[in-house]
Design a protein around this ligand. Structure first.
Ligand code: GTP
Ligand code: ZN
Length: 396
């Protein structure tokens, strides 16, 4: 079992080491890495593991533990132009142990990054969580709209863009009869043939042991699913004991890390009197598994590229390569392999419609980003022209 404060116990990986060292050299500071375990209004809860290294001072070693309400430094704000550049739960950040109050100076390059298009008018990236190894796509078989093939297809594209592994969890199996279970399983398996699909019940713990077998200690799992599908319940079911225990922590801190839902800053009661998760938080389970609980999502706008979409719909992308015309729109052209497969019934009509819908959304996103880039470029040239004019004036 990994030591509670060893870097690996918190998901540290070898790839971060050279990034850390070069940041120290560049900024001439003896940074120490920490991982974001929770965020709230530009304040971050950070866990600093115990690094045994010739570069870390004794001051740094004594910081091992959890630090709450840490902020980013002034130069971080100055350098960071968009909200996607701010820390999210799961990020590894660099702090300077020689400062009186710990501040975040840098984020180490995200190895995986789960993003969606932000809500609202602006075309902007919203990073949900970072550095997860596997994303659990959680659905509920409660007979409602909590398991839809279209949502699974969309979530698979988003996970593809995140560059992490995927596991599909069909929760609330206790509420589904045999036919409903088989139907859901067959849809999930045919939609995501490359990913494990597990039927579970967070309530009765059916399937939980099977699910556990896919993961190992020190691995970071994220959850993505609608509100109420049982993401928090699943995390509780996966944790052997409800309380995150360690000898090094005072009782107050132990309480804060209870995996049982609590009222307060992390969880609050929603209007129906139900617990709901309001911000992403990383938990370390007794098994050594790291799990990030996240709020339920209503909307999942794409934030990736055409390749992610084509990889997720490889069957259709491969068919399209066989069309007679290379610029085939797959509507009425002769020799269209896509239309052929639809007619033969080897390509599901619903799946094809999902693909077209996501294609349109992706094309719209590409255009918007292109426009934004062009506008930024124009503004930059305007600035340069202005600067040159001033120079010429001064020379005269
Ligand atoms: N019958 C049954 N109920 C479950 C199961 N898992 C969760 N629930 C119930 O479903 C409700 C929602 O569960 P949560 O774990 O809060 O759902 P969530 O996905 O975390 O919801 P948000 O935090 O709002 O995103 C609770 O009342 C749970 O007790 C299950 O496997 N079977
Ligand atoms: Zn075609």
């Amino acid at each position: 079992m990994l030591n509670n404060y060893s870097p690996e116990a918190w998901g540290w990986k070898g790839v971060f080491y050279p990034l850390w060292q070069s940041a120290c050299r560049e900024d001439a500071r003896n940074y120490i890495p920490g991982r974001i375990i929770g965020t709230e209004f530009h304040q971050y809860d950070v866990v600093i593991p115990h690094y045994i290294d010739e570069h870390t001072s004794s001051a740094a070693s004594s910081l091992a533990g959890i630090h709450e309400h840490v902020r980013v430094s002034g130069s971080f704000i100055y350098r960071t132009l968009d909200s996607a550049g701010y820390p999210v739960t799961g990020d590894w950040v660099l702090l300077d142990p020689e400062e009186d109050a710990l501040r975040i100076h840098r984020i180490l390059d995200r190895q995986t990054c789960l993003s969606r298009g932000a809500a609202g008018e602006k075309t902007e990236e919203q990073v949900l969580v970072a550095n997860i190894d596997t994303l659990l796509l959680v659905f509920a078989l409660d007979g409602g709209r909590n398991f839809l093939r279209t949502f699974l297809e969309r979530a698979l594209v988003v996970a593809r863009s995140a560059d992490c592994g995927v596991c599909i969890v069909l929760n609330k199996a206790d509420l589904a009869d045999e036919a409903a279970r088989e139907n859901a399983l067959s849809i999930a398996v045919s939609t995501a043939p490359a990913s494990p699909v597990v039927l579970v019940s967070a309530k009765t713990c059916e399937g939980i042991e099977t699910l556990k077998q896919f993961f190992s200690p020190g691995e970071t799992l994220g959850v993505l699913g609608k509100s109420g599908v049982g993401k928090s319940a699943l995390i509780r079911a996966l944790g052997a004991s409800p309380v995150w225990q360690t000898e090094n922590m005072v009782p107050d801190e132990q309480l804060k890390f209870a995996v049982e839902p609590q009222e307060g800053e992390v969880r609050e009661q929603d209007r129906k009197g139900r617990h709901t998760t309001t911000s992403s938080r990383l938990y370390r389970l007794d098994s050594g598994l790291l799990m990030i609980d996240s709020p339920g999502i209503r909307e999942l706008k794409l934030w990736g590229d055409q390749d992610d979409l084509n990889t997720s719909f490889r069957d259709i992308a491969e068919l399209a390569l066989q069309c007679h015309f290379s610029d085939c729109t797959h509507s009425s052209e002769p020799g269209c392999a896509v239309q052929g497969a639809l007619a033969e019934g080897t390509l599901d009509e619903g799946r094809y419609r999902s693909y077209l819908q996501l294609q349109r959304e992706q094309a719209w996103l590409d255009r918007r980003l292109d426009d934004q880039a062009q506008r930024a470029e124009k503004a930059r040239w305007k600035q340069i022209a202005k600067f040159q004019k001033t120079l010429q004036k001064n020379r005269r």
